[in-house]
Design a protein around this ligand. Structure first.
Ligand SMILES: Cc1cc2nc3c(=O)[nH]c(=O)nc-3n(C[C@H](O)[C@H](O)[C@H](O)COP(=O)(O)OP(=O)(O)OC[C@H]3O[C@@H](n4cnc5c(N)ncnc54)[C@H](O)[C@@H]3O)c2cc1C
Length: 300
């Protein structure tokens, strides 16, 4: 590592593919049948990973990826290895279940600290399931570092200072801050690189300790899970699992116990078209429509 290289941590989330919700997915009580949707890499987290990889490609350093989720979330971590991440970590424990954004960001903050010294933390702007865009800013707050949200590009990264262009509804903003800092990345920031065929071969055995039995069934020549685990760990192919105790998380700050948010009721909203009116495609028709919209305080 040179003095100009950067240690990045990227927080990624596996989410149900809510962009493709079909009739089967919504239940009668308005909740979502998550198992009916494929699990995907949260789209803006791929942009966050790409930004971190570009920093490493340009300046040197490392990219560590952390996800908190069920054991199946190892799939997004493998995807990160195929795209070029150096190190991946799965946070999984029943004690993390039913976490709201406060409990989620606390667990992630503990994991980032445990992962070692860092210069930059990257998150997606927002997850497509929870949709709050709170986790990134909350992690920054809990780590006690500055945050730059809605980042579109890094204009300059030099020494301990970073200059970033943010995209906002009404234009752009350029901000500068000192490292370490946390950056949340928008979809327009970059085009994420695809998984590389070479990396897929390199990491074809990458697995968590929870996946060893299934892997052994496919590769019986390793004979025992212990033998397979040793083989993987010697080749940087064992995806570590951290539980609450491993990251030193206080039990009352994680999972349900650490989540002040309560969901009291879920409404299934069906939007129905109300009365409609035909407008003649003429100057007079359009003028009459605008006059009516102004009169009804809809515009103006
Ligand atoms: C009362 C309540 C109970 C809940 N119970 C559950 C539950 O049992 N199981 C469940 O899965 N969800 C549960 N959730 C949802 C869960 O709180 C959110 O999914 C989670 O806190 C992230 O919030 P978000 O999806 O709005 O992420 P955002 O704030 O929109 O995410 C922004 C960015 O933060 C990072 N990030 C977010 N979440 C993670 C993560 N898990 N790992 C790594 N990086 C991440 C990503 O970079 C992401 O792009 C519950 C929510 C509430 C309010």
């Amino acid at each position: 590592m040179t003095s100009e290289s950067y240690r990045s941590v990227v927080l990624v989330k596996q989410v149900p593919d809510t962009h493709n919700v079909t009739g089967d997915v919504m239940t009668k009580d308005g909740t979502m049948n998550r198992s009916a949707l494929p699990a995907i890499f949260n789209p803006e987290d791929r942009n966050a990973l790409e930004m971190a990889l570009q920093v490493r490609d340009k300046h040197g350093g490392t990219v560590t990826v952390i996800t908190m989720g069920p054991p199946k979330a190892a799939d997004v971590l493998r995807d990160c290895l195929y795209r070029g991440a150096d190190r991946v970590i799965l946070l999984t424990d029943r004690a993390f279940a039913a976490a709201d954004t406060l409990a989620t960001s606390y667990a992630l903050k503990c994991a980032v600290e445990k992962s070692g010294a860092f210069d930059l933390v990257f998150c997606g702007r927002q997850a497509i399931d929870g949709d709050t865009a709170q986790v990134g800013p909350q992690v920054a707050e809990k780590l006690g570092i500055p945050q730059i949200t809605y980042a579109e590009s890094i204009l300059e990264l030099k020494g301990r200072e970073i200059t970033v262009q943010r995209t906002l509804d009404l234009g752009t903003e350029i901000v500068r801050c000192t490292l370490p800092c946390l950056i949340t990345v928008v979809a327009s920031a970059n085009t994420p690189r695809p998984p590389s065929a070479r990396k897929r071969i390199e990491y074809k055995l990458a697995a968590t300790p929870l996946e060893l039995a299934a892997l052994l069934a496919k590769w019986p020549e390793f004979k025992t899970e212990a033998g397979l685990q040793k083989h993987l760990s010697e080749r940087n192919q064992l995806i570590p699992i951290w539980a609450a105790a491993d990251i030193g998380a206080e039990p009352e700050k994680i999972g349900l116990a650490g989540s002040p948010t309560q969901v009291h009721k879920i409404n299934f909203v069906v939007l129905e078209s109300a009365a409609s009116k035909d407008i003649a495609p003429t100057r007079e028709g359009i003028a009459a429509m605008i006059e009516e919209l102004v009169k009804e305080y809809i515009v103006g």
